[in-house]
Design a protein. Structure first.
Length: 114
């Protein structure tokens, strides 16, 4: 059973940076597409960034140029580098292993103050 554990969230001022990490147990990390989702206040949960096994990445328009998703398959770890943070980036960020039955982490809170 794969488990995902996020870390790195916190409180930061607008314009600041945070780096989220997601440690995966189990051996299927490297053979699956991974993603970061977020749940922001008053909005539906949305995908923020996706990285395929090949390293190909995709982002929602609102974070392009500010966020970078990456993975280290040797360490079974997924990352999300978030720069130039805005108050609207506030929310709970989830690491997700995408497959037939997606696996979700417990989430980590990111709060950006204005």
């Amino acid at each position: 059973q794969v488990q995902l554990v996020e870390s790195g969230g916190g409180l930061v001022q607008a314009g600041g940076s945070l780096r989220l990490s997601c440690a995966a147990s189990g051996s299927i990390f490297s053979s699956n597409t991974m993603a970061w989702y977020r749940q922001t206040p008053g909005k539906q949960r949305e995908v923020v960034a996706v990285i395929e096994m090949t390293g190909t990445t995709n982002y929602i328009d609102s974070v392009k140029g500010r966020f970078t998703i990456s993975r280290d398959n040797a360490k079974n770890t997924l990352y999300l580098q978030m720069n130039s943070l805005k108050p609207e980036d506030t929310g709970v960020y989830y690491c997700v292993l995408l497959r037939g039955a997606p696996i979700w982490g417990q989430g980590t809170q990111v709060t950006v103050s204005s």
